[in-house]
Design a protein around this ligand. Structure first.
Ligand code: NAG
Ligand code: NAG
Length: 193
């Protein structure tokens, strides 16, 4: 049923949901020698594979808690004809004692119209901190299926060609393709806040 709904959503609003006939993989790499200090700040969401309607103009604000390996995260966007999307959460490095530390997070997320927080795990597959970041997470579905969620983030609202070459190679290394993702507009006319 979920697959059916996902397929329908795909047809109706061209939202990509990456659903696979396999359980969640544990082979997807996470950025090594991760630096929370360098990762702090604003990231623009440029592509995603979330099953979340046509949200545009999405940005993320990462605020590090002091010197802890913990961020307060805010994700804000705009959905045409529906209005704001605003989520707040906390992302803690999952294994802060390990060296080198990997960019795997235990996160909680509260959508503004929800009552309850969702807990989930995600990782930064790769980032150069100053241009791009690629994130990935996975939800197990019934019958050994899974849904993967990925996003391409940029420090600017668009990436230069050299960064896209890197991002595409990173996606390929984890068996994904940018064509399976949805482009997120940051054009002022789509950001009617
Ligand atoms: C994150 O989750 C993993 C798996 O549940 C757990 O082993 C780890 O201790 C958690 N880390 C933190 C910082 O809570
Ligand atoms: C899921 O996969 C495992 C291992 O291949 C298998 O033993 C199990 O029966 C499968 N479960 C379902 C619901 O298909």
């Amino acid at each position: 049923m979920k697959l059916f709904i996902g397929t329908l959503a795909l047809l109706v609003c061209s939202v990509s949901a990456l659903i696979f006939d396999r359980p969640c993989r544990d082979t997807v790499a996470a950025k090594d020698n991760f630096s929370p200090a360098f990762y702090t700040g604003t990231w623009f969401e440029l592509y995603n594979s979330l099953d979340q309607g046509n949200a545009d103009c999405i940005d993320h604000h990462y605020t590090r808690r002091g010197l802890q390996q913990v961020f307060d995260v805010e994700r804000v966007g705009f959905v045409q004809e529906r209005g704001f999307l605003r989520e707040t959460g906390v992302a803690a490095v999952a294994f802060p004692e390990e060296t080198p530390m990997r960019a795997i997070f235990n996160a909680t997320l509260l959508r503004v119209d929800d009552e309850e927080e969702t807990a989930y795990s995600y990782r930064v597959v790769a980032t150069d901190y100053t241009n791009y970041a690629v994130t990935w997470s996975c939800i197990d579905l019934p019958d050994n299926r899974s849904q993967e969620e990925g996003a391409i983030l940029g420090r600017q609202t668009q990436l230069n060609e050299a960064s896209y070459v890197k991002v595409d190679a990173i996606l390929e290394s984890v068996g994904l393709n940018r064509e399976d993702f949805r482009f997120i507009s940051h054009q002022p006319e789509d950001c009617d806040f």
